[in-house]
Design a protein. Sequence first.
Length: 235
Amino acid sequence: MNLDSVMQELEAIGKDRSKKMYMSNGAQEPLFGATTGEMKPIAKKIKINQPLAEQLYATGNYDAMYFAGVIADPKGMTAADYDRWMDSAYFFMLSDYVVAVTLAESDIAQEVADTWIASGEELRMSGGWSCYCWLLGNRKDNEFSESKLANMLDLVAATIHDAPERTKFAMNNFIATVAVSYIPLHDKAVEIAKAVGPVEVNKHKAKSKLISALDNIQKAIDRGQIGFKRKYVRC
């Protein structure tokens, strides 16, 4: 399949309801409203195709950019490639669920995510913290430095309440993910979650809300999910 045929198929499976939902979360035109589930048959026909993924991502069409992440070759992308993709990730569903997810299947994931976390840029930081969440939920505990993750938890505790909006969500998720998926630091993550407490988000909207890593951790404990690892990062 080439770019034109993929775009035609994505448009054909687009739904107004999905389009409105994506736009309510920050997606902008152009987009079709294609769902992840309906993309899977197209992905099975294409499999991995990095050149096509690059063409799709460059369209600026949200559905095409998302699908690019599905068929990309994570290990075939360089740090510069990931930075370039992040440059075009204009809202969190791209930074955290396309670029960060794709990066999480690469061999340079932690290296690139570390630079994003230190960048001071909202979506880069969000993508960096989210990448660690995808990594922790998939890779074996021995692939991580316990001291490094402990320092990252301390950094979250010290900065989350003053962090940019989307970064707060990703940091909050990081605390919960460490507690659930990285057993060596479960207790420390629980203590950090207690110390941080509820985090206020959506201050720019008419009504803000509170998110809580501790609540998410408790739900996982109740479900017996401590130690959870997913088989795949990408769908």
